[in-house]
Design a protein. Structure first.
Length: 293
């Protein structure tokens, strides 16, 4: 698989997932319910696209992979619940930026659990991204948005485990099958929490249901499906670093649609993050600069 094609696919996925926070803002349903229907519809759509071969995907799951998938579903559920809730307490740009700090966790976990090696340039890139995020956090602290930032940061911690587990099992499970099964597990995790929280599962405006479906189709199946597919060919930190580009796309859309202005510290922080992305991602090109295995 050519490296250029993989990066092109990742770029498209970034554009798609950038719409997620915008759609969440338009929803009137509680954050927990949005999380539930997001993963439930993602599972159903991915399973539908997989068709009759979904049974084959399930049948080929080994016992050890079954436990990995359960763990991935749990962390995916936690990620969406914390991230969508964070949008109630901070700006879209800050929420997405802090969630995408998962790259720091992915880098560390990849070294510890997957025994993957990263070049010094990757570390430099990550540090630049971290500096930019800390600058934004300092500004948000002064404006009373720290709670939302920390919820988003927690969601980044959880999704890092999701990516690490995905890297562990994706080579043995097809993309749509993996997406459908993991999302189903996440839905099963969130469902009883909704019941215990006395959250109604119905009675919401038609627009909410349309948005649930669109979130599942575009950011869920297409966006995260591409990320899961890419995990088969490149290291987990590369996918994680690439996703940081969502911060830029989401911020631009938030400005256009909701008029959320970027303050000076968000602009400088965003520049540092983009620079970090470029340094870290470009340093992972293989020796011939054209393909990976």
């Amino acid at each position: 698989m050519r490296l250029s094609l993989i990066y092109l696919a990742l770029g498209f996925a970034i554009l798609v997932v950038s719409t997620s926070s915008i759609m969440v803002r338009f929803c009137t349903a509680p954050a927990l319910l949005i999380s539930f229907y997001r993963v439930l519809f993602t599972s159903l759509l991915a399973g539908t696209f997989r068709g009759g071969k979904l049974k084959d995907s399930i049948a080929r799951i080994e016992r050890r992979d079954f436990y990995y998938i359960l763990g991935a579903g749990l962390f995916l559920a936690l990620h969406f619940t914390f991230w969508i809730t964070s949008l109630n307490y901070t700006s879209i740009s800050s929420s997405v930026l802090f969630t995408n700090l998962q790259v720091i966790f992915v880098l560390v976990f990849s070294i510890i659990f997957l025994k993957e090696k990263s070049s010094p340039y990757v570390i430099v890139g990550i540090l630049l991204a971290l500096m930019g995020s800390l600058l934004i956090a300092h500004g948000d602290l002064r404006s009373g948005k720290l709670l939302g930032d920390m919820l988003a940061l927690a969601s980044g911690f959880f999704v890092a485990f999701y990516f690490i587990i995905g890297r562990k099992v994706r080579a043995r499970i097809d993309t749509l099958g993996y997406t459908s099964i993991v999302s189903a597990v996440a839905a099963l995790v969130i469902f009883p929490v909704c019941l215990l929280s006395n959250i109604s599962l119905s009675g919401y405006p038609v627009l909410d249901w349309i948005l649930f479906l669109l979130m599942a189709l575009f950011p869920g199946v297409i966006g995260h499906g591409v990320f899961n597919w890419a995990l088969k060919y490149v290291k987990a930190p590369i996918v994680a670093v690439s996703i940081l580009g969502e911060s830029v796309g989401a911020s631009i859309l938030a400005y256009i649609i909701f008029g959320e202005l970027l303050l000076w510290y968000q602009i400088i922080g965003g520049i540092l993050i983009l620079l970090g992305i470029y340094i870290a991602a470009s340093s992972e090109v293989t020796g011939d600069g054209s393909s990976v295995t």
